[in-house]
Design a protein around this ligand. Structure first.
Ligand SMILES: [Zn+2]
Length: 351
């Protein structure tokens, strides 16, 4: 059976139980066919329940799209109804496909899930929320990729057994944050347990495989919200601080400082992702301006650099044992976004 419903909204397209021959030979061919942000519904064995998965909210984060395309081609019958929401179809389609996070004149869709839902992205966010409200899923995942090549993790604003169980379908680390940015999970959490999954780097086959295997578990298990059934233990990291460069600061990634940058980090610092860095392990080198080139910001906008770093003989050390993650080695991201996030080695907030 092949029911391709015509859009009943100006904002979204709808596909119901799509047959393999409508899906193109590859995820890219399928994406080429998609015209709008798209809702895909697949009927399950138990038609009284629904689970939801959003992905491609960022057009350059393809693991969820690849996983969904493969899963649809394989024609699985899910345990319950599945509702998939492909958000950033417009930026993803711009050649070269899957290279743009958002339209150059547009906004970050995953910052638009809040009132007043302005502009094109706001309308897409609002339409997606309306679909979720209608379908009343028992849970929601939002599948992303990280910008670097780091390992997978999950993000939640609520840390309880259900959120840990959802996390364990994909990964073994859960970051609990009180930061509010207008992300899908913040809005949807009011109605349904929601977890954001960061599969790892957008270019990593491992990340695509993780998304696929997680989706298979998510769609096939009778119960995905009980921790007793979890695949593995989940480590919880609470309220990480954000470590940023101040706007005028310069950064370089070199094995030793050239003397021209305010901060020098080793090019392999990504290997430190989620590992513990003790107070006697240097993270990099700091220039003449010292720690004034850095900001360390907690979820309540407090700052306390002394609890984070110390400088000894031009080298920068953690002031206490920390666990850092989402470490970037891309100077553009380091300047425009942040250097990394960090918690105490125990997973508790630094401040
Ligand atoms: Zn993303």
């Amino acid at each position: 059976m092949d029911i391709v419903a015509v859009s009943n909204s100006n904002v979204l397209d709808y596909l119901n139980d799509p047959s393999p021959r409508t899906l193109g030979r590859s995820a890219l061919e399928w994406l080429d066919q998609l015209q709008k942000p798209t809702i895909i519904r697949v009927a399950g064995r138990d038609r009284s329940r629904t689970r939801a998965m959003a992905t491609l909210l960022h057009g350059n984060e393809p693991s969820g799209l690849f996983a969904l395309h493969r899963w649809l081609l394989e024609q699985h019958t899910p345990d319950v109804n599945m509702l998939f929401l492909l958000g950033g179809v417009y930026p993803a389609k711009i050649p070269p496909m899957l290279s743009l996070r958002q339209l150059s004149e547009g906004r970050d869709l995953n910052r638009c899930f809040k009132e007043p839902f302005e502009g094109e992205e706001g309308a897409i966010a609002k339409a997606m929320l309306a679909e979720l409200h209608k379908a009343k899923p028992e849970c929601l995942l939002d599948v992303h990729n990280t910008s670097g090549t780091g390992p997978s993790f999950a993000v939640t604003i609520t840390n309880d057994a259900a959120h840990q169980a959802l996390t364990s379908l994909f990964t073994d680390r859960l970051i609990m944050t009180d930061l509010r940015l207008g992300a899908l999970m913040e809005y949807s959490e009011q109605e349904v347990p929601t977890v954001t999954i960061e599969c790892g780097g957008s270019q990593d086959d491992q990340a695509h495989q993780l998304a696929y295997e997680g989706l298979v578990r998510y769609a096939s298990r009778p119960d995905v919200l009980s921790l007793e059934k979890a695949e593995w233990d989940v480590e919880v990291l609470r309220n990480p601080i954000r470590v940023e460069l101040v706007p005028e600061a310069t950064i370089e990634y070199l094995t030793e400082p050239s003397g021209r940058a305010d901060l020098t980090l080793p090019p392999d610092i990504e290997h430190r992702n989620f590992g513990i860095v003790s107070p006697n392990e240097p993270l990099g080198w700091i220039g003449k301006k010292g720690l004034s080139v850095l900001n360390a910001i907690g979820h309540n906008r407090t700052e306390n650099m002394g609890q984070v770093f110390q400088v000894r003989e031009g080298q920068i050390f953690p002031a206490q044992a920390i666990k850092a993650f989402m470490i970037t080695t891309n100077p553009v991201i380091a300047k425009s976004d942040c250097l990394f996030y960090a918690v105490k080695a125990t997973g508790e907030p630094i401040f």
